[in-house]
Ligand binder design. Sequence first.
Ligand SMILES: Cc1cc2nc3c(=O)[nH]c(=O)nc-3n(C[C@H](O)[C@H](O)[C@H](O)COP(=O)(O)OP(=O)(O)OC[C@H]3O[C@@H](n4cnc5c(N)ncnc54)[C@H](O)[C@@H]3O)c2cc1C
Ligand code: FES
Length: 461
Amino acid sequence: MEHESVWLATADRPEHPPIEGRLSVDVVVIGAGITGLTTALLAQQSGAQVAVVEARQVGSGTSGGTTGKVTSQHGLIYADLVERHGFDQARRYAEANQAGLERVATLVGELELDCGFTRAPAFVYTRSDDLAHRVAAEAQRAAALGLPARLGRDTGLPFEVPAAVRFDEQAHVHAGRYLLGLAKAFTDAGGQLFERSRVTDIDDIGDSAVEVTAEGHAVRAEHCVVATLLPLGVTAGCFARTTPVRSYGLAVRLRGDAPTAMTISADSPTYSTRPWPDAGPNGLIVVGQGHDVGADLDTTGQYAALERWARATFDVEDVDYRWSAQDYTTTDGLPYVGRAPLHHRVLLATGYAKWGLTNGTAAAMMLTDLLAERESAWLPAFDVGRIGDVASVIETAKANLANSAHLLADRSHDAPRCTHLGCRLHWNTAETSWDCPCHGSRFTDRGEVIEGPAVRPLDLP
Ligand SMILES: Cc1cc2nc3c(=O)[nH]c(=O)nc-3n(C[C@H](O)[C@H](O)[C@H](O)COP(=O)(O)OP(=O)(O)OC[C@H]3O[C@@H](n4cnc5c(N)ncnc54)[C@H](O)[C@@H]3O)c2cc1C
Ligand code: FES
């Protein structure tokens, strides 16, 4: 079994050069995941000169570790969004994500991307009678918001479900080939893409420009788009308003045909499936066993538990790949997209709650509208500066209190401290990395930054 994302292991990944010298462009984008690459491509296509600066390689972040579902169905969320934020805000989120799905379809067609983009229905189901009423409410709310939703229990899974919501005309994709296709289209259009170049600083240059520094080199631009999953450092204080969550994935071959639909359970723990066409009709992707980053648990057990579920549910012949990845949730269930408060030349997008293929594409559409000074009807739902409702303020306060405990953790403890804000790190046995429970930074066993808001390596003895 390979310990690598199936999407990265099975895509051709050409190298791009590291950044060198001083550059001047219209827009500098930090991060080459779905958000950064889509924003860069759309901005370059609309006439701006764009440079992308990536710390590792195209798709090395969470976008390369997804389940690869391109869908506006995001679990059971729409009834909650309407209740919490009102119908109009929920409608903006729904429309943005349905448009994100259709924009992916359009880009695949226009750019002739060979990335396995396949239309399929998506189901969110429960196996518990107790949740059936929530599933019914979700179907009703999602349909009222204009989404292609209805009740339907024909999931194709090898068990009966008491209730499920079916979204029609959704899609799945080979995430690696899609991202690399975007990257190629971007450079073919004249964009500059730098890899292995970690940005450490973003500085306003008066009112008229912004400069980013990576590996001692610099890019000056009129605008900077921070597309680093969670904004690096302390940009816009997003680290204090989000929670990092990891999940585990397997690419498996069954002895018979795999379900052709995409499915996700509303029950806890969550399990998500979709076809894996590269392995033929028997191929299946299974994702689940989510937990907070840096949680005090043996993470190898998470792979074992996921495989146990897969084998108990399907007739699994082989497990070919396994990997894990993380994403950030906001306290009020809506992502942050737009200008960073107090830095009007810095734009950002984060907090997709594991639904960034549509959210990230929609964010790119909103960010390119902002760059071109066009109106965007969806932006009010994604306001970066919002504090949130009472429930989210309480949740934020609780999370920050828990983080203070990690910060004040026993100084004689031998685990190193995070270079972001100093929390005590936890050893991740499955990925052999140091993971931060506060805001999700991760480091190799030699102390190099893997991901997160941290930008500087650990000071290991
Ligand atoms: C297990 C799992 C399954 C998922 N499945 C789905 C799914 O099926 N459908 C869906 O819609 N969403 C899914 N998601 C969510 C989705 O993958 C993410 O929301 C999305 O990929 C985030 O994209 P991004 O471009 O914002 O971030 P990323 O893809 O993480 O890209 C950020 C990039 O920025 C780079 N970077 C970071 N810091 C710096 C720095 N200082 N300097 C330069 N570069 C930097 C990183 O190396 C990275 O390449 C899933 C998430 C997980 C964890
Ligand atoms: S990620 Fe913020 S303290 Fe570690």
